[in-house]
Design a protein around this ligand. Structure first.
Ligand code: PLP
Length: 230
C-alpha cells in the first residue's frame, strides 16, 4: 500500500519512521544466510559494524531494544542479583518487569532526574552489603538519552568510577545513543566507553522497521547469545 504524503509530522513516537526506498532496496537485495550457524553475512556485517562503531569487541542483533536490554541483564546478572536503575528508566518501568519475571533479577530503583542522572550518593546508599538477607548488587543501568536529554558529559565516567570501586558492572540503555553523540559532538564510542555493555536501537528515528544491538565484550556477548536462544 502506498503511503500518503502529508505535511503533518506524527510525533507520537520516533519509531513511526518508515524505511526509505534505498533501505527497502538494501533489504530486498541483502545477502542472507542462516544466523543460527553464524552464516548470515548481512547480520555478521551489521554486528561487526556496531562493535567497531562503539569500539567494543562484539555485538549481537535482537529484534527489539527491550530484548537487547533483557539479554544484557541476563548476561550480567545471575538469579538473585539485582540491578540499580532509575525509577523512570525504560529498563525499570517500560519493559514489563521482564528482568524480575523472566530472570529472577530484581530491580533496585533510585530517583531519576529529568536529565537521566541518578545521584551518586543515592546509588551508593542502595548498594547492599554481602549478607544473605539482601539481593546481590551487581549492575548499574543508565539511559542515554532520557526524555529527550543526553546525559551530562562526565556523568557516566563518575558513575563508572563508583561502579569500579564497588565491584559493579555498567550497562547503558542507549536506544538513542546516536542522538546524544550528535547533540554533544562526541563519538558514539566515547559515550559508550564507561560501559561494559550498550544496547542501541535501529528503529528510533533511523527508519529501520525493527532491530536493536547489544554491544560489549566477546565473553558477555557469547553469554547474551545463549540467553537469546533461551
Ligand atoms: C524504545 C526504547 C527501548 C526499546 O524499545 P523496543 O520497542 O523494545 O525496541 C529501550 N529503551 C529506551 C529508552 C527506548 O526509548
Amino acid at each position: 500500500m502506498q503511503q500518503q504524503e502529508s505535511a503533518l509530522i506524527d510525533l507520537r513516537s520516533d519509531t513511526l519512521t518508515t524505511p526509505s526506498t534505498a533501505m527497502r532496496d538494501a533489504m530486498l537485495h541483502a545477502v542472507v544466510g542462516d544466523d543460527v550457524y553464524a552464516e548470515d553475512p548481512t547480520v555478521i556485517a551489521l554486528q561487526e559494524y556496531a562493535a567497531a562503531l562503539l569500539e567494543k569487541e562484539a555485538a549481537l542483533y535482537a529484534p527489539s531494544g527491550t530484548q537487547s536490554n533483557l539479554l544484557a541483564l541476563f548476561a550480567h546478572c545471575d538469579r538473585g542479583d539485582e540491578y540499580i536503575v532509575g525509577d523512570s528508566a525504560h529498563t525499570f518501568r517500560y519493559e514489563g518487569g521482564g528482568a524480575a519475571i523472566l530472570g529472577s533479577i530484581p530491580p533496585q530503583p533510585v530517583p531519576m532526574a529529568m536529565d537521566g542522572t541518578l545521584g551518586l550518593d543515592a546509588i551508593e546508599a542502595v548498594i547492599k552489603p554481602d549478607d544473605f538477607h539482601f539481593a546481590r548488587s551487581r549492575l548499574i543501568c543508565l539511559e542515554n538519552t532520557h526524555a529527550g536529554e543526553p546525559l551530562p558529559l562526565g556523568y557516566a565516567e563518575a558513575v563508572a568510577g563508583l561502579a569500579q570501586r564497588r565491584g559493579l558492572a555498567m550497562h547503558l540503555d542507549g536506544a538513542r545513543l546516536f542522538n546524544a553523540a550528535l547533540a554533544q559532538n562526541r563519538t558514539p564510542a566515547a559515550l559508550a566507553a564507561p560501559f561494559d555493555s550498550v544496547s542501541i536501537c535501529l528503529s528510533k528515528g533511523l527508519g529501520a522497521p525493527v532491530g536493536s544491538l547489544l554491544v560489549g565484550s566477546a565473553v558477555l556477548i557469547d553469554e547474551a547469545r545463549r540467553w537469546r536462544k533461551v
